[in-house]
Write a protein of this length. Structure first.
Ligand SMILES: C[S@@+](CC[C@H](N)C(=O)[O-])C[C@H]1O[C@@H](n2cnc3c(N)ncnc32)[C@H](O)[C@@H]1O
Length: 230
């Protein structure tokens, strides 16, 4: 598991839903409505300092936040005092609370650096969802390492094989983060091994109406959304 330092958490906490990153969140509501999915009691896995909670909060009856960074959870508590949070215990088989109807994970699975830790995290998700509940994962595509996106730029050698680490410069907060390359099909397969069923894969492209300073975002998708159901 790639961990953010406290300094990274603080810098990342300043990032807003804008630029290239706008596309990581823009289509969540539309996709849920197309699939007729109701998030009801939701978990935001890898909630960071609370930005993604801000995106999904109004779509859900309640949201709980989870992260491996205590500082991120403190920040979340400051920005969303009404939201319960907990620290992820990477040795457990289930999250320590009542089951959820939905689990959202924005830009978290790019921190997972082995198939084994991916499978363990997905198992916690599976065991913590009610029957019929869904998991929505939003993760960067390999394109973030090579394309000319407006606010996210690959640094150094792009990944060749799945599981390869690469660096990405988040221009808006001037932070270089480490990402791990996984294809959506691989995450889907790991989910299916646990009993999840595939619902949808969505790759958003930039639109003029977004009013963002896009470049390659108009023809290359920076992120994928994968939706799996228990
Ligand atoms: C790039 S940030 C995204 C934060 C937030 N979801 C957002 O969209 O703004 C990823 C977060 O995932 C957290 N993280 C990484 N691995 C995790 C794990 N196994 N369980 C929970 N959180 C994790 C990191 O500490 C970091 O705060």
């Amino acid at each position: 598991m790639i961990e953010f330092t406290d300094q990274d958490v603080e810098k990342y906490s300043k990032s807003t839903v804008s630029g290239t990153g706008f596309l990581a969140y823009r289509d969540v509501e539309k996709l849920l409505s197309k699939l007729n999915l109701k998030p009801k009691r939701a978990l935001d896995l890898g909630c960071g300092s609370g930005r993604s909670i801000g995106v999904i909060k109004d779509l859900c009856d309640s949201v709980t936040g989870c992260d491996i960074s205590e500082l991120a959870l403190k920040n979340t508590h400051k920005s969303h005092p009404d939201v319960e949070v907990f620290l992820n215990d990477l040795s457990s088989k289930q999250y320590p609370s009542a089951k959820f109807d939905s689990i959202f994970s924005f830009l978290m699975f790019c921190h997972v650096d082995s198939l084994q830790s991916m499978s363990q995290e997905l198992e916690r998700c599976y065991n913590s969802l009610n029957e019929g509940g869904f998991l929505l994962i939003v993760k960067p595509n390999r394109a973030v390492a090579v394309a000319d996106f407006s606010s996210v730029q690959g640094v150094g050698t792009p990944p060749e094989l799945e599981g390869d680490c690469f660096n990405v410069h988040l221009k808006n907060v001037d932070l270089v983060v480490e990402d791990v390359y996984w294809k959506p099909e691989t995450i889907q397969q790991e989910c299916e091994k646990l009993g999840f069923s595939y619902l949808a894969l969505h790759q958003p492209l930039g639109e003029i109406a977004d009013n963002q300073p896009y470049r390659d975002e108009y023809h290359e998708s920076p992120y994928f959304y994968l939706v799996m159901q228990k």
